[in-house]
Design a binder for this molecule. Structure first.
Ligand code: NAD
Ligand code: ZN
Length: 374
């Protein structure tokens, strides 16, 4: 991590696919200059959604024009439903219609939905174009814009169709988060805290002390995002195509995905990061129950996440949850299940997560049965 005045740069080391993540305030205004300096003569298609366009598209277009970069915008509907085939076709047509060449760039201005969809288009149009991420949600800044996973949803499940396509540059403007709805900010914060819980206990301790400043903006926000990006960059550099260590990033996600599925991915009831928050508490509680970790650690995780305003118990989810065997079915369908044994990310304590691939299903069932009421 290198720091200039108010910006930090995290390098993702992937040989010839290496790239910088620049993090700091005012980066949209500087995007034209940053991109022109790295890629002189480049032309761009800017893909965004209606919410983000209303707040930030004009500034980005102006900034690109100032940098002498020709750019054509495409505004899509916000929401997870946009990650589907017909929208992918729209993006591809837009890029081709603008006569962009392979060296030109698809620029994703938005949250994870826009990033995943545009990255997929960049990966397949002309067999792979340049791709630049300008993530505008906290989740996208610390998670989805880093690592090169792109794609759309299928009727068989989420994120099942896509390619690995690394960006050439990520510009994470920490000011744009001021227009992000607070619920979305909190949801992204769950993923920030996740990096502490995986293997950076001192970072989790720092968040416990400084989370209010992270929410307020300024230096603490930059530090939290840079640390999150560095954590993800380290894992991605070690395991670009998710064959091993990258699985740790799924801490809280097996339970979390089951809860998202159980609430029909209805973002009014539960957004992804909220499912992850509840899932991380459950993972710590389950680890304590299996005598792997102290119950005090689970209590500490629960205390911090609920202090920032995240849900931490299944009972915090509005409306009825389906029966435990339905939750188990969703857990069983999660991609981390192999050969009948359940694979979970469990922990030996704060910052000591590990992959457990022989978790007895009946223990999980009894645990969930007890927990759903509390
Ligand atoms: P999102 O893209 O739907 O954004 C959340 C909401 O916030 C949307 O309504 C959006 O319009 C709005 N928004 C975003 N930035 C804003 C801003 N600055 N001001 C005002 N409104 C703003 O959702 P998300 O949480 O960013 O991303 C979720 C997606 O990311 C999921 O599809 C998930 O599968 C994907 N994801 C991908 C990876 C990966 O490695 N590729 C990792 C994690 C998640
Ligand atoms: Zn997640």
């Amino acid at each position: 991590m290198t720091q200039t005045t108010s910006h930090e740069t995290v390098r993702v080391n992937l040989g010839e696919r290496s790239y910088d993540i620049v993090i700091g305030p005012g980066l949209i205004a500087r995007a034209g200059a940053e991109i022109a300096a790295r890629k002189p003569g480049i032309r761009c298609a800017v893909i965004t959604d209606r919410n983000v366009a209303a707040a930030h598209l004009d500034s980005l277009m102006e900034s690109l024009a100032t940098g002498g970069i020709e750019a054509v915008p495409l505004v899509l509907e916000p929401g997870e439903k946009t990650k589907r085939f017909d929208e992918l076709v729209k993006v591809c047509d837009h890029v081709l219609g603008a006569r962009l060449e392979r060296g030109d760039a698809v620029v994703a201005l938005g949250g994870g939905v826009i990033g995943d969809l545009s990255g997929f288009a960049a990966g397949i149009v002309r067999r792979g174009m340049s791709f630049i991420q300008v993530p505008t949600s906290l989740l996208a800044q610390v998670d989805s814009s880093v690592g090169g996973k792109t794609g759309i949803n299928a009727s068989h499940g989420k994120n099942l169709i896509g390619v690995f396509h690394q960006p050439d540059l990520v510009l994470a403007d920490t000011d744009v988060l001021d227009t992000l709805p607070i619920r979305e900010f909190r949801a992204g914060y769950a993923e920030v805290a996740k990096y502490g819980l995986i293997d950076r206990p001192e970072f989790f301790g720092w968040l416990e002390q400084n989370w209010r400043d992270v929410f307020a903006g300024g230096a603490a926000r930059i530090r939290a995002i840079a640390t999150g990006c560095q954590a993800k960059a380290d894992v991605v550099a070690a395991d670009e195509r998710e064959s091993g260590a990258r699985a740790l990033l799924n801490l809280g996600h097996t339970f979390g995905h089951a809860l998202e599925a159980a609430t029909d991915y209805d973002g009014r009831r539960l957004v992804h990061g909220e499912g992850v928050a509840i899932g991380m508490v459950l993972a710590h509680e389950f680890s304590a129950r299996m005598n792997l970790a102290s119950p005090d650690d689970a209590a500490r995780v629960q205390r911090h996440l609920s202090e920032v305003g995240l849900p931490t118990h299944m009972a915090d989810i509005e409306g009825e949850l389906p029966a435990t065997d339905i939750l188990m079915k969703h857990i069983g369908q999660d991609k981390k299940v192999r050969r009948g044994a359940l694979t979970f990310i469990l922990t030996r304590g704060i910052g000591e997560a590990f992959v457990a691939d022989d978790v007895p299903a009946d223990e999980v069932f009894r645990f969930l049965e007890e927990k759903r009421g509390s």
